[in-house]
Design a protein. Sequence first.
Lengths: 453, 312, 290
Amino acid sequence: MKKALALLLAVFMIVGMFAGCGSSEAPETTAAPQETEAATPVETEPVVEESTEGKVFNIYAWNEEFKGFFEKYYTVPEGITVNWIINPNADGVYQDKLDEALLNQESAAADDKVDLFLAEADYILKYTDSEFTQDVEALGVTDFSNTYEYTVQAASDSNGVVKGVSFQCCPSALIYRRSIAKDVLGTDDPAEVQAQLDSWDKFNAVAEQAGAKGYLMTASEAATYRVFSNNVTSPWVDEAGNLQIDANIQAWMGQAKEFSEKGYTKNCDIWSDDCTVEMFADGKAMCYFGPAWYFNFSMGNAQDAEKGCYGDWAICQGPQAHFWGGTWLLAATGSDNPTMIADIMNTFINDEDVCSKLVENEAQFSNNQAVNAKYAEDPAFGNEFLGGQNDVALFVELAKNIKFENQTIYDQLLNEGLQSNWREYCQGTVTEEEAMSNFYKYINEKYPSITTP
Amino acid sequence: MKRLADPRKRKGISYAKWGYLFIAPFFIVYGLFTLVPQVMTIYNSFFENYREGLKQVGPNFVGLDNYIKLFTPDKNGNIDILKYAWNTLVLWVGGAVPQILVALLLAVFFTSYRLNIKGQQFFKTVIYMPNLIMASAFSMLFFTLFSNSGPVNQLLTQMGWIDQPIEFFAQKITVRGLICLMNFLLWFGNTTILLMAGIMGIDQNLFEAANIDGASSLQVFFKVTLPLLMPILVYTVITAMIGGIQMFDVPQVLTNGAGTPNRTSTTLVMYLNNYLKTSKNYGMSGAISVVIFIITGLLSMVVYRSLTRKDD
Amino acid sequence: MKKSNSADSRVAKARLTAARALVYAFLIFLTVLCLFSFYMLFINATRSNADLQGGFRLFPSDYFFKNLYNAWTDASINIPRGMLNSFIIAASSALLSTYFSALTAYGIHAYHFRLKKLAFSFIMAVMVIPQQVSATGFYQLCVKFGLTNSYIPLIVPSIASPVVFFYMKQYMESVLPMEIVEAARVDGSNEFSTFNKIILPMLKPAMAVQMIFAFVASWNNYFMPALLLDKAEMKTVPIMIAQLRAADYSKFDMGKVYMFILLAILPVVIVYICLSKYIIKGVTAGSVKG
């Protein structure tokens, strides 16, 4: 008894010490940088001779992808420390932290200010269309002759001011099973298949033929969603704040319901096992949609040694051009390192050497048309997974037709919300009216300012 | 000063300052770290206060508007928050009742001299282990298990019980059932340990005396164990209730935040989270939490009173 | 009703055997239910990312050591460091929350003072406020006080844990006779040392239980640490797991994620087994005897 008691006490003593140390030590360490800043304003007053710019460069990101490229291919000017602030995007932590930092940007010490941050297409507008990002053309990023049009559109605000650049381009293709295409369409040649699938009418007609032979046109009813939503002619929300459902979105809703009812597709999320299980050799799905990273890294079942169907795939443009994914670099307002921001951006879009290395060493489709063309023309180049087809050649063509128009800051969640609520209608668990009513409720919860019917 | 141990005289030798001293750290830390955000929650419920993108709207004082909005029926005459309260209740009862019953049973088994269970340490560890997995990882596993092409459906098809896969995530009853099952698995070990610690704290002489008097196991349980365990049981019920009303992560992750089908597995806190996550709508989420706070508070009070009414 | 003693005891024995069999069957059933998810976790940790996309598998694959190697050598995460960080935070908050909750509960249980009822009601009331809402306010508060990238906001607030307090209070009501306190006062013991030397040991099972719970809760806590910590060397295990899951497509590896989840459970199991030893019988009796 005594022993145990002594042990317990000892433990608490240690805790006490711990707590003591913790509370006396940690505040000092955290407060220290700010205090020194306030006391010796080296950064704010331009007393330094060679450069008036900050000595610390802060980059916000949600994973290490760009950090890897940056460290390999960008030479940091002497005397500058690059500080990576990496927060996972799970549960919205990345955006929460970034927003907090941007909102406090003005009062932050020079070395704590955000200089550069990364954003995805899904929510990029939230940042570009705000005062928290700055015009990069004014900083010296002016040559967009080699970048793809849509990557510039995506990084521009509603007045066309460019706020950043992307170091990659993610054109997305229609990925089809060669053997199924042969059975249904009588050919697996990409050009001939494309001719039979180059509009939605043709696509829907082929779905019927595939269905008649016992195949699925797509594994998930949401597979085609991105193709439709990338090509809308009106934004989700009009100027008065009213929700509007674009004709293209309505077309998808009709297609999804029809495909579900007729059994041309399964009702499942594109990332679910139910969807990917159809990639096995005994799978029934004819079409998937996705960019290079999708078929190279996310179609694991197709690449399975025993049950897969490696090489039984090919890509074509499909009914409409679209993209999926990609990361943009945005310049934060209030940065004390404008020259370096411009330098980084120029490196990753205009430095041919760097862009070539991205393609060669990093399996990226770069945001430099000249560099990509170099690889597209290489006759020896081919992707074994696609039966030897030169995917880069197709993507080079495809990327030119992509648009990034009629986007709003609400897109990501509205797209997700429509898909999940509409799926319930496709499954038949709710009526159309209930599905829409749930979708409107979802919008009211997420965005109080949008007026729903 | 500290002379006699007469309980009635205790007040005379005021030990009150020790009381204040002992509870001081709690209240100081609470005040510093938690009170402000919590008071802000209630305060915010009377304001329009949200973000749109990076733009802050409000705070503008709107009185009871947020509450009125919460309780305004939609076009079909349904009041959403009541629906979610009902969902929460169903999910809670489905998970918590078996959880407490099974835990009570196990706690008695483990502490019974007569049964003298072998391998206790093993069982006690195993039943607690689900609680160690992160809820998100646990849900990921359940997702794979019960998907349309998953092993459960495969097994049922192979045994010839079904020809079409059961769509576990598209039906009210199966989604709710899975949520209850997961909550049960996650928490019953936890409750067992709590109750076990409670039973073990009871003076062993009482059990021995009861045994000598020839009491049966059932008699011992109802006459000795249960009354003495009551305070801990009250704790278990109240915390299970709070946990139930605040149920969030399991249905959130399992239904990808959508509360499918037709929002029948949307709980009150998921509803709150919907308002909070993107738009940082402190007004509406504040109002919802005040409602949750009032419901939980009332229920806890009723339970606490009814289970402890005999003393004071 | 006339039976010999031996027949009586034989019946009793048979009954006991039957009861035992039933109890074991029940326990084994629950064990299977509980272990199944772990088994799956283990199986998934032995599979490659590509294989994992194919759904369920009942038997282990041969990727275990590859996943272990990949997880261990991943440049963006430092597993031992993450575990150490998580351990420091979880252990400190577990100790603080149990000790101070017991102290607070004892303060309210053993003494009479004017604000006693109010204090108790207050704690009970705040216990039922959903945490989701105050989380963001708490984060903003920490930003204002410059407490980001510090363990203080993750450890110190556990001193005020209403739920743990409530358990301690209830536990004292069920097992702590005031006579012991009185006896200590007769011995001339100072109130504070009475608490430390006499009361705390009697609360051992309760302390152990709540320490386990607090440790696990803190160990698995993602949201608040993720908001507060962004220095690589300060990150905790759940943040690292989330970061692995946010990896870009070409480096995305669920096998690695499952492996890390599996690794992250091991320390908690060890802590659990160590602490559950303290949930033992007869503490009260032993303590009264001295």
